[in-house]
Design a protein around this ligand. Structure first.
Ligand SMILES: *Cc1c(COP(=O)(O)O)cnc(C)c1O
Length: 223
């Protein structure tokens, strides 16, 4: 049977998270489901809101700024997470719009976010994105640069929520999730933002505290 409506898809993903959490001896409530709504318009997002989802992820500041203010006006309790790369010159706009930023990956962005938080008085939770496969084209700080970046985030007093990664495509993700979990333990970080539509159950098994799920909730993206 096709999972053809938003509430069915949402229930299915939630059930899989619950099952994966139980297998790992974890509380299902300790895992936050971020519905990744990038490229989807308000009309596609609304059914998921109506089904009870309140936490959403976007990868572009501009796109989120165009879509979300109106959706937020009609629904209370929406939390927006930025999961895509952030240019320093958009830090202030991002801090004003988002409740969490998962892509902190370099010292210049730490500086820009610190200033933006001082100016706006808003303090979104920050995840450091780690380039967990040390891939040249990927965002995120190199594993070797993580200790220095963590020290910078702590010195700037950004609200550090944890670490985030996107494992290399087309290979078994579990070893990369396990490495991120170890890096988090070694550096006293509690949050782990890892797992997407194809691998969120694996990520939950290995300790994810937020999973970022798009396709399994919204269907395939056209762009
Ligand atoms: C698009 C995106 C996701 C969601 O991917 P799906 O495979 O559609 O679930 C998760 N994380 C990041 C950083 C993304 O850009």
């Amino acid at each position: 049977m096709p999972l053809d409506d938003a509430s069915t898809r949402l229930a299915d993903v939630r059930e899989k998270i619950t099952r994966a959490a139980s297998l790992a001896g974890r509380e299902p409530d300790s895992i936050e489901l971020i519905a990744v709504s990038k490229t989807h318009d308000a009309a596609s997002i609304r059914p998921l809101i109506d089904a009870g989802q309140r936490v959403f992820g976007e990868n572009r500041v501009q796109e989120a700024a165009a879509k979300w203010p109106e959706l937020r006006e009609t629904t209370s309790g929406i939390a927006l997470h930025l999961i895509g790369q952030l240019q320093s010159n958009k830090a202030e706009e991002a801090v004003a719009l988002f409740d969490a930023i998962h892509s902190v990956d370099r010292p210049s962005l730490v500086d820009a976010l610190g200033k933006a938080m001082d100016r706006t008085g808003r303090r979104p939770a920050c995840f450091i994105q780690v380039n967990i496969g040390d891939e040249p084209q990927k965002g995120g700080c190199l594993v070797a640069d993580l200790p220095a970046l963590l020290a910078g985030v702590r010195a700037a007093d950004l609200p550090l929520a944890g670490l985030m990664c996107i494992p290399p495509a087309d290979v078994e993700p579990a070893p990369y999730f396990a490495l991120l979990a170890k890096l988090a333990r070694d550096s006293d970080c509690s949050g782990l933002s890892m797992g997407m539509s194809s691998d969120y159950e694996t990520a939950v098994n290995i300790g994810a505290t937020c999973v970022r799920v798009g396709t399994a909730l919204f269907g395939t993206r056209e762009i």
